[in-house]
Design a protein around this ligand. Structure first.
Ligand code: HEC
Length: 209
């Protein structure tokens, strides 16, 4: 009797798996694998699970060795504007042209999903990236300090002021056309001083890919 139950349970589990497989296959076949479509709930849950499992558990407890200062905050802000804002936006909302067309999308870094992570987790994500997502790995030979500074800046994002956001816009990467336009404007305005901006850009080191 017991054996019969076990057999029935195995058969039922098998049928369930086949059913789920067929369901996922049908949905994928109907929608294709476009990053434009909103993913199904199953896909989103599996992707989040895979992402969190990929995080080494030792990463969680790492402490930020860089002391927060105005200089550190400013450097990290410039760095974020230059390397991260294309996808994450200056204010961390993720509302950018690139961000909107990706799946998984860059999450709003000001919200609890990110802010509840430990410093070590955020550091590890910046250094190692997130596999099978648009989040690149920025780690290299001596990038640790830069990445820890970015952790400070990500903690600051929920309190970012409009003035800081405007400061960041100046530091966002520009196309050659945009640079030329700016130059023309400056010349037109009879030589506005642009040396401060150039100096900040030059001071940024690391992550220079
Ligand atoms: C090409 C686009 C792109 C760039 C550039 C980029 N990111 Fe991301 N980032 C993403 C995407 C997409 C995700 C979400 C991945 C996921 O959910 O699996 C992400 C996730 C993250 C997360 C995890 C958020 C969370 O709570 O899960 C952090 C932290 C982060 N990025 C920081 C940065 C920093 C700092 C930089 C710059 C040094 C950067 N990113 C540059 C696309 C990008």
């Amino acid at each position: 009797m017991r054996k019969l139950f076990t057999t029935l349970a195995i058969v039922a589990a098998g049928l369930l798996l086949i059913g789920m497989g067929a369901y996922i296959y049908m949905r994928t076949a109907m929608q294709g694998f476009s990053a434009r479509a909103e993913p199904s709930r199953i896909e989103a849950v599996l992707a989040a699970y895979a992402r969190d499992t990929a995080m080494p558990s030792s990463a969680k407890t790492l402490k930020n060795p860089i002391r927060l200062s105005l200089d550190v905050q400013h450097e990290a802000m410039a760095h974020f504007a230059d390397h991260c804002a294309v996808c994450h936006a200056n204010n961390g909302s993720g509302q950018t042209m690139f961000g909107k067309g990706m799946y998984p999308k860059p999450p709003d870094l000001r919200q609890s999903r990110t802010q509840n992570r430990t410093d070590g987790e955020i550091f590890s994500i910046i250094e190692n990236g997130i596999r099978m997502s648009g989040m690149p790995a920025f780690g290299g030979a001596d990038t640790a300090d830069d990445s820890w500074k970015l952790v400070h800046f990500i903690r600051h994002l929920p309190q970012l002021t409009p003035a800081e956001e405007t400061q960041m816009e100046v530091l966002n990467p520009k196309t050659p056309e945009e640079l030329q336009e700016e130059k023309d404007e400056e010349q037109f305005l009879n030589g506005g001083d642009s040396s401060a901006k150039t100096a900040t850009r030059r001071n940024m080191k690391g992550h220079s890919r």
